[in-house]
Design a protein around this ligand. Structure first.
Ligand code: GRF
Length: 186
C-alpha cells in the first residue's frame, strides 16, 4: 500500500511515519510533497531515499501537475502532516476518505482557518484549558471539519509555555499518528 505525505515545514511527523513503515513490506511512504521548496521535510525525504516533490499554487490547482501526479500514484492514503494549504474540493472528491490530517488540539475546539501550530497552543493556554491533545481526522472541503478518526489527550500544566505545550503535543503526535495510519490501512 502506498502512503504519500504533504507537509510544509519541519516534518517531524513525516519522519515518525517514515520510521514506522521503514521495514514494512506491505506499506510504503512513496512520496513527500511540499509547497515550500526549502522545507526541511524535503531533506528528510532525500535522507530516507523517498521521492520529494515541491510545487507552487499553479501545480496544485485542478489542471496542474500535482493532480496528475496524484492520479498516477493512486495512493491508498494521503497524509497531511503540518501541511498549511487548503485541500481543494476536487481532490477531496477524487480521494474520498483517503485524505487524513493531524491537528494539534482537541477538535472541534481550536480548529479552523488560521488555527495552526503555536496559534493553537497560545489559544489553549490563554483559555486556561486543563487539557489539550491531538486529533486525527478525515479531510473534507472545510478546515478541520472532517470526521474524527482518533483523539488523544495530554494535560496542560500550570507553568506551561507555548513551547513546552508544543513539545508535549508533538510527542503525542509521533506516538499516535503512525499507528493510526497503520490501522486505517489494515
Ligand atoms: C503538527 O503539530 C501538526 O499537528 C500540525 O502541524 C505540526 C507539524 O509539525 N498540523 P511537524 O512539521 O510534523 O514537525
Amino acid at each position: 500500500k502506498k502512503i504519500i505525505i504533504f507537509a510544509s515545514g519541519n516534518g517531524s511527523n513525516a519522519q515518525a511515519i517514515i520510521n514506522h513503515f521503514e521495514n514494512n513490506d506491505q506499506v510504503q511512504v512513496t512520496h513527500i510533497l511540499s509547497n515550500k521548496p526549502n522545507a526541511f521535510v524535503l531533506k528528510r525525504a532525500t535522507q530516507a531515499g523517498i521521492e520529494g516533490i515541491s510545487f507552487n499554487k499553479f501545480a496544485f490547482a485542478k489542471a496542474g501537475s500535482i493532480h496528475s501526479i496524484l492520479k498516477q500514484i493512486n495512493p491508498d492514503l494521503i497524509v497531511l502532516a503540518g501541511f498549511l494549504w487548503k485541500i481543494p474540493e476536487f481532490m477531496v472528491e477524487e480521494f474520498p476518505n483517503r485524505i487524513v490530517n493531524i491537528h494539534p488540539a482537541l477538535l472541534p475546539k481550536y480548529g479552523g482557518k488560521g488555527m495552526y501550530g503555536n496559534h493553537v497552543h497560545g489559544a489553549v493556554l490563554s483559555n486556561k484549558e486543563k487539557e489539550s491533545g491531538i486529533t486525527i481526522h478525515y479531510v473534507n472541503e472545510h478546515y478541520d471539519e472532517g470526521g474524527i478518526i482518533h483523539q488523544a489527550t495530554c494535560p496542560v500544566l500550570m507553568n506551561d509555555t507555548i513551547e513546552s505545550l508544543a513539545n508535549r503535543i508533538h510527542q503525542l503526535e509521533h506516538e499516535h499518528f503512525p499507528v493510526t495510519i497503520e490501522k486505517l490501512l489494515s
